[in-house]
Design a protein around this ligand. Sequence first.
Ligand code: NAD
Ligand code: MG
Length: 396
Amino acid sequence: MSSAQQITVLGATGSIGLSTLDVIARHPQRYQVFALSGFSRLAELEALCLQHRPRYAVVADAAAAAKLRGALQGAGLATEVLEGEGGLCEVAAHPDVDAVMAAIVGAAGLKPTLAAVEAGKKVLLANKEALVMSGALFMQAVRKSGSVLLPIDSEHNAIFQCLPTDYARGLNNVGVRRILLTASGGPFRQTPLGDLQHVTPEQACAHPNWSMGRKISVDSASMMNKGLELIEACWLFDSPPSKVEVVIHPQSVIHSLVDYVDGSVLAQLGNPDMRTPISHALAWPERIDSGVLPLDLFAIARLDFLPPDEQRFPCLRLARQAAEASGTAPAMLNAANEVAVAAFLERRIRFPEIASMIDAVLNAQPAQPVDSLETVLAADGSARAQAEHWLSHHGR
Ligand code: NAD
Ligand code: MG
């Protein structure tokens, strides 16, 4: 028997999934791929299976499963192919798995990520939407199962690195004054406000510093990504929204900071490459090589900081409101945003209408307290229906 840790990578064909497999491949003695999942890119998933030889692969449905099964058997691979949400939950919670990379995008990742948490796995959380939607329930499940939850989002990974190991005693009790969440400001930080009406999906997806999937790229352009991250930080570090301040830092070299009552401010720096937080979380509390180049401070030369402009980035205000309203509000915010981003990518709405749609959905229904996953899923469903309704009146 090998002593390598068995890793499930949910969302293996995506940007985070591929970066994770790149790190894993650098440490074959340490890590073995147990399961891989993919959704639409079947040929890419097949190639990843040939390279990493997982015990399981998970695809969207029966037709995709039959196709992949045939291809893998033809290549002499023993990989078992599962399908759908049930398959994802099975490989996330499988008794032989040590750690799960949760890198599916959006609400689709909620149940598989929760399955990993409930099974007490080490969970590397990239899928921020899952935590934003189900916050209190998610964190209760972490405490109940003893799951080790490690943030992959570069900002939260940075904050985790800057906090003392006993931060769970409460931020006040460990002397934290504020969390400073950095944001690049995305591709439209300096675009004249009037021109935002005309920006295209291609421009929105061309992030100045990071190469990412299309949904999070649009979220970065609208700064909804920072809004979701504000909510994510509140849950991960048990912080009120008022203690989390957003700082625009265009170079994306400082990945976030923690401000202590004695005036000390700790920051984590590095090149903008997700393999750093992925390696950190995989090996924690040890350190391993990630393939990321050393930071060249002389080449960077300067670091800039600006306050966020709420007129330019209304999504940030909407997210802060949802964080303060709590209950089902973050799930509704997330659902409306997923519908809005998809509509923008399909050119059915203009960029500034992403915020208009979310605002309309949040105003249509008051937040409810969250007592169960059913409440969260119902809020997600009704917010999606409200958003589609808005789209049928205002979209193209
Ligand atoms: P991506 O679009 O590149 O990849 C998404 C993955 O999810 C793919 O493997 C896809 O097959 C899978 N997927 C999509 N829809 C699915 C569905 N309905 N059911 C099952 N699987 C589905 O996205 P990404 O950029 O890798 O981001 C993944 C997650 O990580 C997101 O939650 C994002 O916010 C977060 N994240 C990404 C980055 C980054 O640098 N890319 C940084 C921080 C956080
Ligand atoms: Mg981030």
